[in-house]
Write a protein that binds this ligand. Structure first.
Ligand SMILES: [Zn+2]
Length: 291
């Protein structure tokens, strides 16, 4: 599973990571940047420089990994190789790359060089399922878009025997997924939140917020179910980034507490899920998982 910043794994994939660790699957998380340019929500830490925040977020991520039981974690290219690009918004409220991103920002990375780091991970771990963001980075953060590109390119390159044999034996991933907003859950949570006076997107048009796929695009939903508490604890491990009293996180907790809540995935490539009218509840459904 590939994520751009520490906390993305907890906000988008914590039930999935926790569940498959608990079920005994080999789970690897790759994080592309230290999240040095994240907004700091804890007043006492506001003076942190980006480098200090990055160091701090290494610890926050370690706590979250402990909660989820993930023991195999990799910083793409090594910690600090790719700097958090940060983000800006244009006059329409769309997220865009900022003008002041550092030279080693992930957005500026050479795609082949960044992908080769992941090729090495794919060839050594030999995953059946690989997951990252959709081509829009779900809500447009440049590092999420770049994580998408790197994941897709690396998956291709890893399978090519002639490509960089020094990085390991070729490996073809069986299924590629993009994590996405669960559209039904989002709308239900938005309604409930408004009842509680939380209006996240206010006057902005209904397309504000992350891109939401059509319901039929969602191929799998891993329910929070028994992993809801672990999921919440993982998220709250990222104290610099997550303030449960903020409207966005209140909305988020309303969404996660819905009875049908789960982490949604689009099938991006590889083996389809077994045919069904409802999304699969297992990202390995239909794959041969015998050891
Ligand atoms: Zn992120």
């Amino acid at each position: 599973m590939v994520h751009a910043h520490p906390d993305d794994e907890s906000s988008q994939s914590s039930a999935t990571l926790s569940r498959y660790v608990a079920e005994g699957a080999a789970v690897t998380l790759v994080t592309c940047t230290l999240g040095e340019r994240g907004e700091i929500l804890v007043p006492d830490w506001e003076h942190f420089s980006p480098a200090e925040l990055g160091e701090h977020r290494i610890e926050e991520l370690a706590t979250a990994l402990g909660v989820m039981g993930v023991t195999d974690h990799i910083w793409l290219g090594g910690p600090g190789t790719f700097h958090d690009t940060g983000m800006a918004t244009d006059e329409r409220g769309q997220v865009i790359p900022p003008d002041d991103s550092p030279e080693n920002a992930f957005w500026n990375a050479d795609l082949l060089e960044a992908s080769n780091h992941l090729v090495e991970v794919i060839r050594s771990r030999r995953p059946q399922v690989l997951s990252s963001y959709d081509p829009h980075g779900n809500y447009g953060h440049p590092d999420h878009i770049q994580a998408h590109r790197v994941t897709m390119y690396a998956a291709q390159l890893a399978a090519v025997r002639a490509h960089r044999p020094d990085l390991g034996e070729p490996w073809e991933v069986s299924r590629i997924l993009w994590n996405t907003v669960n559209p039904a859950m989002w709308e239900e949570a938005d309604r409930l939140a408004k009842e509680q006076g939380i209006d996240l997107f206010g006057d902005r048009d209904e397309n504000a917020g992350p891109r939401r796929p059509g319901a039929s695009e969602v191929a799998a939903v891993v329910p929070y179910g028994e992993y809801l508490q672990r999921s919440t604890d993982a998220l709250l491990s990222h104290r610099s980034q997550v303030d449960p009293e903020q409207d966005f996180w209140k909305f988020f907790s309303i969404m996660r507490a819905l009875p049908t809540a789960g982490e949604a995935y689009i099938l991006a490539g590889g083996q389809p899920f077994p045919h069904s009218d409802a999304p699969a509840d297992d990202i390995f459904a239909g794959l041969d998982v015998s050891p």
